[in-house]
Design a protein around this ligand. Structure first.
Ligand code: FES
Length: 134
């Protein structure tokens, strides 16, 4: 049975930020930095077309804390080495993905924590055309 309240909220969501709750802090395996990161992201994303959800693992465990952006009809991205200090940049990057009409996260202007060693993977949308070399 559909949850009408949740579905109504989802309709206003263009990008979901999934944050791993199982990544361990470097040097202290009892600390799970994704948990406070979720709370901080929810505050920073308030009023924006973003949703922040916990997820138990993104298969990016050696590079945690990890999170992913999932665009409703566009690309998805997995990020590494995140922290509370990067909350504003994470939300700024998620809004870049919201605002891109292709559902693509542009490299130009992207916060530094979401590129280079901070980025693990990007996954095309379901409807993506084929990229065969010519
Ligand atoms: S435990 Fe966080 S990505 Fe696997």
């Amino acid at each position: 049975m559909p949850d009408l309240e949740t579905d109504a909220v989802e309709a206003d969501t263009d990008v979901t930020i999934f944050v791993c709750t199982n990544c361990r802090a470097e040097g202290d395996a009892s600390v799970r930095p994704g948990v406070p990161l979720i709370e901080a992201l929810r505050v920073a994303a308030s009023g924006k077309p973003l949703k922040v959800k916990p997820v138990s693992c993104l298969a990016n465990c050696e590079k945690g804390p990890s999170a992913a952006f999932n665009h409703r009809s566009g690309w998805s991205y997995v990020f590494a080495h995140l922290s509370l200090e990067k909350v504003d940049d994470i939300v700024a990057g998620a809004m870049m993905l919201v605002e891109d009409e292709r559902g693509f996260l542009p490299l130009r202007g992207r916060p530094s924590c979401l590129r280079g060693k901070g980025m693990t993977a990007r996954i095309p949308p379901f409807h993506h055309h084929e990229d065969m070399p010519q």
